[in-house]
Design a protein around this ligand. Structure first.
Ligand code: FE2
Length: 176
C-alpha cells in the first residue's frame, strides 16, 4: 500500500525526517484499513460533504492543502528569513494528515461519499488524532490535526497550525 499511496500523494516525500514520514504514511494506511477503503475509491472520495456535488477528491484536497502550506513556508523563508522560523517538516506532516480522520468519518455507499456511523459520533479532528497518536506522531503535529477545523477556534493555535488552518479554509471556501 505504501507505494500506491506515494503514487497518489507524492508529497509524503517532502517530509525530510524519515521517521516522521513513515509515521504519516502508516497513519494513512491505518485510516484506509479501518475505514474499509479500496485504493480505487480514494480518488473518488469527496473531500467534504458540505459542498454539494463536490468535484475535488479527498486526495486532491490533501495535496492542495499541503502544497499551499509549502508555498507559505517558502514565502516566509524568502521574505522573513530567520525572523519567522517555521518547522517545515511538522507543517508538511500536519497538512498531509490533517483530514486523515475523514477515512473513518466518511464511507462510500454505492459510489457516494456519506457520513459513517462512526463519523456521526466523532468528527475527523478527533479520529485523526486517534489514528496519528497510535502511530507515535509527535504532539506538535497532533495539535495541528486537533485544531485545524472550527474546534480549534477554542485553543491557541501554534504557528504551523495557523498556517494549516488558513490553507485548509482557503482551499475549502474558494470551492463553495
Ligand atoms: Fe481539510
Amino acid at each position: 500500500m505504501s507505494e500506491e499511496l506515494l503514487k497518489l500523494i507524492p508529497e509524503f516525500n517532502l517530509i525530510q525526517e524519515p521517521d516522521l514520514r513513515q509515521k504519516c504514511i502508516k497513519t494513512w494506511e491505518e485510516g484506509i484499513k479501518r475505514g474499509g477503503w479500496k485504493s480505487a475509491d480514494l480518488t473518488k472520495m469527496a473531500f467534504t460533504l458540505l459542498i454539494p456535488d463536490c468535484q475535488v477528491s479527498f486526495v486532491e484536497h490533501t495535496r492542495a492543502v499541503t502544497l499551499t502550506c509549502v508555498g507559505v513556508a517558502a514565502v516566509f523563508a524568502q521574505v522573513y528569513g530567520d525572523r519567522n522560523p517555521i518547522n517545515r517538516d511538522y507543517l508538511i506532516a500536519g497538512a498531509l494528515i490533517h483530514d486523515v480522520g475523514k477515512l473513518m468519518e466518511y464511507a462510500m455507499v454505492e459510489g457516494e461519499t456519506v457520513k459513517s456511523e462512526f463519523g456521526a459520533m466523532l468528527r475527523h479532528p478527533f479520529s485523526g488524532v486517534i489514528l496519528a497518536a497510535e502511530q507515535g506522531v509527535p504532539v506538535e503535529v497532533l495539535h495541528m490535526i486537533a485544531s485545524h477545523a472550527r474546534e480549534g477556534d477554542l485553543v491557541k493555535r501554534s504557528k504551523e497550525a495557523t498556517i494549516l488552518h488558513h490553507a485548509d479554509f482557503t482551499n475549502f471556501e474558494s470551492l463553495k
